[in-house]
Write a protein that binds this ligand. Sequence first.
Ligand code: PFF
Length: 456
Amino acid sequence: MALQQKGMHGAWVSRWTFIMAATGSAVGLGNMWKFPYVAGSNGGGAFVLVYLACILFIGVPVMMAEVMLGRHGRKSPVNAMRDIVSESSANLRWSYLGWLGVVAAVLILSFYAVIAGWALSYIIEMGSGVLKGVDGDAAAVAFNQLLNNPAKLVFWQTVFLTLCVAVVMGGVKKGLGVAVETLMPILFFILFGLLVFSFFRGNFSAAVDFLFSFNLDQLTSRSVLEAMGQAFFTLSIGMAAIMAYGAYMPQKASIGKTILIVAFFDSAVAIISGLVIFSIVFATQGIEPGAGPGLMFISLPVAFGSMPGGLLIGAIFFILVSIAAWSSAISLLEPCVAWLVETKNMDRFQANMIFAVIAWILGLGTVFSFNIWSGYQLFGFTFFDFLDFLTANIMLPVSGLLIALFVGYVVDKKIIASEMLGMHPKVQLLWQYSLRYLAPFAIGAVFIMGLYDRFS
Ligand code: PFF
């Protein structure tokens, strides 16, 4: 029984540690790099509103379902799914869902480590002063120099993956638990400091206007799709990470309340990051809010480089981004490591090395897509764009949809009742409604329209 309650990997010391871990997984490059530029290029306010609605009505219910599966299984996603499928006397094919998540996790980790490496290298770029007073062109040249230097990209990718292995090797309590309990308060502290800085030194009111003027005219069907995809990516849904973390969650903790807190923190960080970035961008003449992926690595250095003391603040900003990416990436490594430890009896170090090396090798494809392979195309994509598209637009919605259907229709009701003990019946009804109808319909629509949009 004790094993059933805790599993072989141990458990978080408290519900709070789970909240920090899940928030750490959720808050990452998606919030700080992607959210501001996606919101920026979709017109701001209206996009934000739809994004928040997607988080609350679709993201939270699916995330709860995923955590529930993990906590009931008390094992890595692959094995937890297998156990729950047999306990529910369901078709064995449902257990492939665990695999889908693990494969997606490795693919994402491979390119996530390369992009996180950019943030690491920008700590040095900012701190060293080379970007002082740069204009937009010079900042673009500096960024392209980084992208055109495979050795430098591989160096930072390796540093980042090493940092991840160092944490995950320590196990649930001493590795992941200690890391998130240390990193998350630092992250919130830096973010708050930057918010204060941007309030006094940036154009804060323009940023507030931009993010909160809900001008529904600007909303297109495509931006609704983007909002939904972003909501899924940012909550780390469908990629085994949250299921793995759920396996270490205390049995007594309420899944609904806990996940609402995590979703609140995640959304708050996205919005605060948006406020910080746009206050700084709007304070500098001639920088476009819809600058796209280069917003963080080109526009921000221009803005920071032109402010007194801005370079130090810029270095601190990239430390923040690196911490956020680090606490997300460890949640991608853990489900893979836990599976090897369970099934192959490996120790954590070996298991970490195997997956880190796989992610590193695959990551070389991403590194080269910015330079020596930039001319090669796979289905019309560079290698990096292909992985990004495959994971975010195909694997993630498919996995989220299947999780909703599996928990909505297939899982034994007794399992749900035992895991959701204490949840208000009306709330439970709403949750079930979302899993059975709203989420499958919305995710299905996003999936089909997303594919149509891309290939038509
Ligand atoms: N949620 C992370 C972000 O917003 O950057 C990305 C991520 C982490 C996605 C872990 C999936 C995952 F399993």
